[in-house]
Design a protein around this ligand. Structure first.
Ligand SMILES: CC(C)(COP(=O)(O)OP(=O)(O)OC[C@H]1O[C@@H](n2cnc3c(N)ncnc32)[C@H](O)[C@@H]1OP(=O)(O)O)[C@@H](O)C(=O)NCCC(=O)NCCS
Length: 182
């Protein structure tokens, strides 16, 4: 049976942090994300604590309740309160759970969550060579903003980074009240 048919999506709890760190570290090892060093459990706890009901972490869990993928909303330009309506999106699956529809499930849920919670835009960065990520984002209607040349340094070499965005509610956003759509 397709893994996506038996999976369920729910808000992550602190008990999922171990599995999430494992998924992060698989993405890091495969060089598909913006870190080179593996994350520790301590890092995972700190990262999870920075999220809340609005800047959510969702997990895809299998029939045994084990998280094999997550999607999260991160603060975008956290130092500027004028960006309260924009979240940076992250989505990663365990290697054994990829290409079976889970990313599509998670992306749909995190987008619904973002709309319900007053975000008017999602932004995401990926590597131009990451075909899976680009395909998923294209399916969800993300627009390529552009490519930063020689942006990150991975394994001692510059890599280009693609920036994408999706407007969620451009026509219904009340200026002057970030984070609270009409
Ligand atoms: C990228 C990722 C989130 C996609 O989730 P997924 O569950 O594997 O994707 P889905 O099965 O829902 O498929 C979505 C689309 O992407 C395509 N796709 C997924 N992985 C692919 C790959 N490695 N190469 C080419 N296409 C791929 C699927 O064919 C599908 O396209 P289609 O519907 O047009 O046929 C997941 O593969 C992953 O976590 N990869 C490793 C980490 C990563 O790249 N994270 C994203 C960082 S921005």
């Amino acid at each position: 049976m397709n893994i996506a048919e038996t999976a369920s999506i729910r808000a992550a709890t602190s008990r999922d942090v171990g599995a999430i760190v494992g998924i992060m570290n698989e993405a890091i090892a495969s060089r598909l994300t913006f870190d080179e060093r593996p994350k520790t459990q301590e890092h995972g706890k700190h990262w999870f604590a920075e999220h809340d009901a609005r800047y959510a972490v969702l997990v895809a869990v299998d029939a045994e309740g084990v998280a094999n993928g997550f999607a999260s909303l991160e603060r975008h330009h956290a130092e500027n309160d004028t960006y309260a309506g924009v979240a940076s999106l992250s989505c990663n699956l365990a290697s054994g759970a990829q290409r079976r529809g889970l990313g599509t499930l998670l992306m749909g849920e995190i987008e619904r969550h973002a709309r319900r919670n007053g975000f008017h835009k999602l932004v995401v960065r990926t590597f131009p060579a990451n075909r899976g990520s680009r395909r998923l984002l294209r399916n969800f209607g993300y627009r390529v903003v552009g490519v930063y040349k020689h942006d990150a340094v991975i394994d001692g070499a510059y890599v280009d980074v693609m920036a994408l965005e999706k407007l969620l509610s451009p026509g219904h956003y009340r200026l002057g009240n970030p984070g609270k759509p009409e």
